[in-house]
Design a protein around this ligand. Structure first.
Ligand SMILES: [Fe+2]
Length: 300
């Protein structure tokens, strides 16, 4: 068997399959629906490769062309629906490489039609050519070209969540978790708890802005207000950034939010604070380790 092209090393795969001696990986493009579509294409490739292997050294007789013919309606439907959906989402997000990407889709569609004609006229070379075309589709188009839109879509989703949160002045633990997963955002997570509270663990990616007062007495917010005012220096913050304020259960973040808003600094509070984060089953990371690892480890 000829050596098959294998997906580029280093892709974060959303799915993989073994074909002959090759392990094929499909890059995670960051959109679940498209990952599922790509997985379907991988399935077609695996099925077709098994078929092609049979005819590598012998010409199919009449009815043996039937399963080869059968792949085209599936691929045509696939290209039509999948490409349309991708292009639609790209338009929605003003994807800068949209024109080029549409041209690539058209090229793939055109190439598929040419191969269909070769198969219809029973050219035996068309089987190997179709197999090679499908591998190229996976390794070049999906794992390289499609993968490029991942960052653009993730940033758009992250912005959408954050803009909504800023409008509502609050963000849920689930929304914050999603922003962290997307890892494409200009939102800054600001942990306002005391150092000893932070030592119990912090939300991944948080910057530390420890305040001296823990506001255990909810009936008397004045000590925390005074402590926070003494600590708060608006010039340390950037009005182009979006701040997500985090405390143990919410009240301190709500007070800090007032100060941020007074200085026109875009901010919102994490509803229910770290307690709600933990209630949702989300984990914390070690403060010292996070500080050592993160480039922005210097507390604000
Ligand atoms: Fe595409």
């Amino acid at each position: 068997m000829e050596e098959l092209p294998v997906a580029a090393a280093g892709v974060e795969p959303s799915s993989s399959a073994t074909v002959g001696s090759a392990q094929l990986q499909v890059a995670d493009v960051g959109v679940e629906r498209f990952n599922n579509d790509h997985q379907r294409l991988l399935f077609y490739i695996v099925e077709f490769s098994r078929l092609a292997e049979r005819f590598r050294h012998q010409q199919p007789i009449d009815e043996e062309w039937d399963p080869i013919d059968a792949i085209f309606p599936r691929l045509e439907k696939y290209t039509q629906e999948h490409f349309q959906a991708e292009e639609e989402l790209m338009r929605q997000h003003d994807y800068p490489l949209l024109t080029r990407h549409i041209a690539q889709h058209q090229e793939l569609t055109g190439h598929l039609q040419q191969l269909k004609e070769s198969v219809t006229t029973r050219h035996v070379e068309a089987i190997a050519a179709l197999e090679s075309f499908l591998f190229d589709w996976l390794t070049t188009h999906i794992n390289q070209d499609d993968r490029q839109y991942r960052g653009c879509f993730q940033l758009a989703e992250s912005r959408q969540i954050t803009e909504k949160a800023l409008f509502n002045e609050m963000i849920s633990a689930e929304q914050l978790k999603r922003i962290i997963e997307l890892s494409a955002s200009n939102a800054v997570l600001l942990d306002l708890r005391t150092v000893s509270e932070q030592e119990e663990g912090i939300i991944p990616g948080s910057q530390l802005y420890p305040c001296a007062h823990n506001l255990l007495n909810r009936q008397d917010t004045e000590p925390f207000r005074r402590s926070f005012s003494a600590r708060f220096a608006p010039e340390q913050f950037d009005s182009e950034q979006w701040y997500i304020l985090i405390c143990r259960s919410g009240p301190r973040a709500a007070i800090a939010l007032e100060a941020f808003q007074e200085h026109d600094l875009p901010a919102c509070e994490l509803i229910g604070g770290i307690q709600e984060w933990l209630r949702q089953g989300f984990s914390l990371v070690d403060r010292e380790q996070a500080l050592a690892e993160a480039e922005h480890s210097t507390p604000v």
